[in-house]
Design a protein around this ligand. Sequence first.
Ligand SMILES: [Ca+2]
Length: 219
Amino acid sequence: MGMNFVYVKSGCFIMGCEGNNPNCYMDEKPPVKKCVKGFWISETEVPLKLWWQFVKSTHYRPAKKDLWGCEDTAKPMFKQTPEDPVVCISWLDAQAFINWLREKTKLPIDLPTEIQWEYACKKGKSETVPANYWSGFGGRSQNDPFRYTSPVKALPPNKLGLYGMMGNVWEMMKEKGLIKGCGWESKRKLLRCSVKMRVSPERSYDTIGFRLVINQPSP
Ligand SMILES: [Ca+2]
């Protein structure tokens, strides 16, 4: 399907904000032990080129256009390459994309649950990898040459081989309207695996995209 998946083995972890980090929000506390079954997760955020394939083969039109920072569906105000993550789509649009891909591949594809995503983020030590986040009003820093989104593999992957878990674009969770991972506009102090936000599932934002999971055990 034009995307690679990494198998994340079953295991347990501490979900939420650990230690005494003063930046942590109430909804990241208290930390709780969670166990997860093995699953596959996409190496990258869904790239724009794959979204185009979907639109081309289904002639998809969103039910509703409620655009934030976007010129149109899947079209932000800034320039993107086909390798950049798709943004300016709503959670509902993502569901339509997933249904298409499920039909096409016959695989149990979905958005990651919050637990799956946070587990993959923490297990991969994503917080220690360089990320595309807000780099000042100039828009660029030494560590992050990107002003807006970057190609999905522009920066090194985490320890599990997953790219862009922190930053680039926020990622939609299976839980309607929940997003994690921060985006190109996020401040440094937000870059944590446990950070989450809630947005409208009907609205499209120029900072939010998604990655996929396949809920299937290892062959
Ligand atoms: Ca991301």
